[in-house]
Design a protein around this ligand. Structure first.
Ligand SMILES: Cc1cc2nc3c(=O)[nH]c(=O)nc-3n(C[C@H](O)[C@H](O)[C@H](O)COP(=O)(O)O)c2cc1C
Length: 264
C-alpha cells in the first residue's frame, strides 16, 4: 500500500475529503478513526495521512490520542488535512508539535474549507454556498494529491497570528476540557421515535437508549453526528436548533457513517 489515509468525521466532510484524495492518489486505503483506535499504525506504507475536522480551533481528542500512539519514525512521509469552516487557526501547528514530541515530522499540513456543521451557531449553508466550497475544496485536494504523491514538504498552513493566539492558544485551552460534558445541552423533542441511529452513529459510544430515548453519558466529543444525522431531526442542542436546518455532506450517506462507526 502506498498511502494510508486515516479519517475522523462527524458529518461526512472529512470522509468526503479523504475519498477525494484517495481517488486522486489511486494508491490509498481509507481507515476510519470513528470506530475507535484502529489498532497498530499501518506502517507498511510510504505515506501516512490524517484527515479530521477542526474543533474549537484545535484537534479533537480522538486525533490527539491517535497521534500519541504513533511509534517514532523518520522513514515515512506524514501529512494532514484539517477540514474546517474557515478558521483553521493553529490546529496544524498543534499537530506538528504533538508529532514532533513522538519523533515524527509532519511534512505537510493543509487547511481545507468546507461547510460548517457547528449547528449551535447556525443551520446549514445554502446549497449554492455548499457547492462553491466543495468545488474549491476539490480543486485544492487535486493540488495536494500531487504534493503528497511526490512526498514533498510543504508549509504547515495556519490562520492569522491573532487566531493562533486568541482562538487556538486561549479559547481552545479553556473550552477543550469542557467538551465531554457539553452533551448536557442535547435533548430530544416529540419527533424522536426511538430509532437509535444516534446511539449507533456516535463514535464515542456516548449515547445509551434508555426507555426508548437517547441518554448522553458525559463523554461527548462534540462531533455533532447525533444531531446532524437524526432522520427525524428530533435531536436538539440548546434552544435554537429546532429552527436550524441540519447539515451533513450530501454525498455521504448514513450507511457510510455506520460502516465506520464503533460496533455495539
Ligand atoms: C465542536 C465543533 C467545533 C468546531 N470548531 C471549528 C473551528 O474552530 N474552526 C472552523 O473553521 N470550523 C469549526 N467547526 C466546523 C467543522 O470543523 C467543519 O464543519 C468540518 O467540515 C466538519 O467536518 P466533519 O463533517 O468531517 O466532522 C467546528 C465544528 C464542531 C462540531
Amino acid at each position: 500500500m502506498g498511502t494510508y489515509l486515516y479519517y475522523y468525521t462527524g458529518t461526512g466532510n472529512s470522509l468526503w475529503v479523504a475519498r477525494q484524495l484517495a481517488d486522486k492518489l489511486q494508491d490509498a486505503e481509507l481507515v476510519s478513526l470513528n470506530a475507535g483506535k484502529p489498532g497498530p499504525l499501518k506502517i507498511d506504507s510510504e505515506r501516512i495521512g490524517i484527515v479530521f475536522p477542526v474543533h474549537m480551533w484545535g484537534l479533537p481528542q480522538r486525533v490527539i490520542d491517535f497521534v500519541r500512539s504513533f511509534p517514532a519514525d523518520e522513514s515515512r512521509y506524514y501529512f494532514a488535512l484539517a477540514v474546517n469552516a474557515g478558521q483553521v487557526a493553529g490546529t496544524l501547528l498543534q499537530l506538528k508539535k504533538i508529532m514532533k514530541a513522538r519523533g515524527i515530522t509532519l511534512a505537510a499540513g493543509f487547511d481545507i474549507v468546507t461547510p460548517s456543521n457547528y449547528i449551535p451557531w447556525g443551520g446549514a449553508a445554502t446549497v449554492e454556498e455548499q457547492k462553491r466550497l466543495f468545488w474549491q475544496a476539490e480543486e485544492k485536494v487535486g493540488r495536494i494529491a500531487q504534493i503528497v504523491h511526490r512526498k514533498e514538504a510543504a508549509p504547515i498552513e495556519k490562520g492569522p497570528l491573532w487566531q493562533n493566539i486568541i482562538l487556538s492558544s486561549l479559547l481552545y485551552r479553556l473550552s477543550f476540557p469542557q467538551v465531554p460534558k457539553m452533551d448536557k445541552k442535547f435533548w430530544v423533542d416529540e419527533k424522536c421515535n426511538g430509532c437509535a441511529i444516534c446511539e449507533k452513529i456516535c463514535p464515542a459510544k456516548n449515547i445509551v437508549m434508555t426507555a426508548g430515548k437517547p441518554a448522553w453519558q458525559r463523554r461527548c466529543e462534540q462531533c455533532l453526528a447525533c444531531i446532524q444525522w437524526c432522520p427525524q431531526e428530533a435531536v436538539q442542542y440548546g434552544k435554537k436548533t429546532p429552527s436550524y436546518a441540519r447539515y451533513h455532506h450530501p454525498e455521504i450517506k448514513l450507511a457510510d457513517m455506520l460502516s465506520g462507526a464503533p460496533k455495539a
